[in-house]
Write a protein that binds this ligand. Structure first.
Ligand SMILES: Nc1ncnc2c1ncn2[C@@H]1O[C@H](COP(=O)(O)OP(=O)(O)OP(=O)(O)O)[C@@H](O)[C@H]1O
Ligand SMILES: [Mg+2]
Length: 500
């Protein structure tokens, strides 16, 4: 009898069927991956398990007993803890306080007992010391951590509860390689201690490195459960999304004409960045996390203050002190954080897709609502976005489908400069191939593209050149045969050590 059995689960949101009789079975001491395209019901299934979502029908059994939850507390009591796509830390509380929030014994007189909290949190954080660069941030306010560190703290928060079943829903999306390695070591230890780990990731290499078995969902239904080691990658992809045309690496569209020229750009987190991107060229930004990549992209878009330096587009100085002026100067920007910057979650999907083109359109240039709707629908379909209706709120989309929207809303604008800050986090393989094609199209149309990514594979597959950043500067440049997995890692670490 499996340790976890989920049978015939159904969940409907208005017109959207999220779960259509989904099944899942997994054993104790196993890392079990959950795969499927964006919107296939993975998060919903795990939220039923953790008591966040109430299913319309179906049954969950844990260790032979029916698991009936009226909320996350019941699930926690049964030993089920989770790390979700959306982050949950309170910025003003220390890391230790965040970790023990809701764990009863550390309260005294209704207040959090700070010492007890730290005693309980420290051993868990210690296991992840390497992911924090050695120093465990026990008393640091959560708001002061970078995205990768926050994500690691989310994992610690689940582990403080000593779960029998741990759910990781794209917990690696904002992690750098070193942090992923630390997390995976801990997951393997938990597995060996008998914990069941359910693991969602769109990065197949990670699934391969960690999970023994995988269950594939499509359209809210169980498609297959396979042994990961004996299933070829294209077979996994086929089970997830059907046949996927292999796209040969496109020829570079780079011309000789310098489109974007940045000289000595300085500001918080940046110490004099100089670079050029030619028309039609796709230039990657690599390096360890937090070396100024996000700051550079945000500053070019006018979303961060510039302290010095020059930016020119087609030889003309661009000041762009705010995003509205940046957009008018022909700059498009896709942030890595879809929640706070990329989308208006409380607005309809249609409105989100129309937003950048609305801003660039001159006054009086009335575009019919119908044409707008048609364009939005075409965009959504091209990326295989799963949604109920274009008038639904963006918040109702699955994580990956939200991210597709953040990128897709720029298609119609024909920008001169495209800035992308880790845009493919959590996007399924099919949509990723489509987005690569779209980014290449933007380049072929003459745009200069700057593409920041925490995934070295993406940098290699998409970019003409990769700039490796370190401490707010461009420290190295890789292109042609020098652009590979090994050189990217070596370069990121070497500049880190103060060499070359
Ligand atoms: N609160 C909600 N309201 C309305 N629809 C929802 C809600 N939550 C999920 N959905 C819909 O249910 C479907 C399944 O979503 P779910 O988040 O489970 O997908 P997923 O497999 O986790 O996708 P991803 O890989 O993008 O994270 C999607 O079509 C989504 O739009
Ligand atoms: Mg999800």
């Amino acid at each position: 009898m499996p340790f976890l059995e989920m049978c015939g689960l159904r969940k409907r949101y208005g017109g959207v069927v999220a779960l259509d009789g989904a099944d899942l079975a997994a054993a104790r001491g196993e890392v079990h991956a959950l795969l499927g395209p964006n919107g296939s019901g993975k998060s919903t299934l795990l939220k039923v398990l953790t008591g966040v979502v109430a299913a319309d029908a179906g049954e969950v059994r844990l260790d032979g007993e029916p698991l009936v939850t009226r909320g996350p507390r019941d699930a926690l009591r049964a030993g089920v803890a989770a790390v979700y796509q959306e982050l949950s830390l309170l910025d003003d509380l220390s890391v230790a306080e965040n970790l023990v929030l809701g764990v009863e014994p550390v309260r005294r007189g209704g207040l959090l007992d700070r010492r007890a909290a730290e005693r309980r949190a420290a051993p868990v954080l210690e296991r992840f010391a390497d992911a924090f660069g050695g120093a465990v941030p026990l008393r640091t306010p959560a708001g002061a951590l970078d995205p990768g560190e926050r994500q690691v703290v989310e994992v610690c928060k689940a582990l403080v509860r000593r779960p029998r079943l741990l759910v990781l829903d794209e917990a690696t999306a904002s992690l750098r390689q070193r942090q992923v390695d630390v997390l995976f070591d801990v997951v393997r230890e938990l597995r060996d201690e008998g914990v069941l780990v359910l693991f969602i990731s769109h990065r197949l290499a990670e699934v391969r490195g960690l999970a023994a078995r995988a269950t594939i969902l499509r359209g809210g239904r169980h498609v297959a459960t396979v042994d990961v080691a004996t299933t070829a990658e294209d077979e996994l992809v086929r089970l997830m999304v059907g046949e996927l045309a292999t796209v040969p690496r496109a020829a570079s569209a780079a011309t000789e004409q310098v489109r974007l020229q940045v000289t000595d750009l300085a500001g918080p987190g940046m110490n004099g960045v100089s670079l050029t991107v030619r028309s039609g060229e796709i230039v990657g930004l690599g390096g360890l996390q937090g070396q100024g990549q996000a700051e550079l992209l945000g500053t070019l878009f006018g979303a961060r203050r510039r302290r010095g330096g020059e930016v020119e587009i087609d030889g003309e100085p661009v000041r762009a002190p705010n995003p509205a002026q940046a957009i008018r100067a022909g700059i498009a920007y896709v942030p890595g954080d879809r929640g706070s910057e990329g989308l208006a979650l409380r607005r309809p999907i249609l409105e989100n897709l129309a937003l950048p083109s609305l801003r660039t359109r001159s006054r009086g240039g009335l575009l019919s609502r119908r044409r707008e709707t048609r364009a939005a629908r075409a965009t959504a379909e091209r990326l295989a976005t799963r949604y109920g209706s274009l008038s639904d709120l963006a918040a109702t989309l699955s994580g990956g489908n939200q991210q597709k929207l953040v990128v897709a809303k720029w298609f119609p604008v024909k920008p001169r400069v495209v800035l992308l800050d880790d845009p493919l986090k959590g996007i399924d393989v099919r949509a990723k191939a489509e987005l690569f094609a779209v980014i290449r199209e933007l380049a072929q149309g003459g745009a200069a593209v700057l593409f920041g990514s925490s995934d070295d594979r993406e940098l290699i597959e998409l970019c003409d050149r990769v700039l490796v950043m370190f401490e707010g500067r461009v420290a190295d440049e890789l292109a042609g045969p020098r652009l590979s997995d090994d050189t990217l890692i070596a370069s990121a670490l070497q500049v880190n050590g103060g060499g070359s």
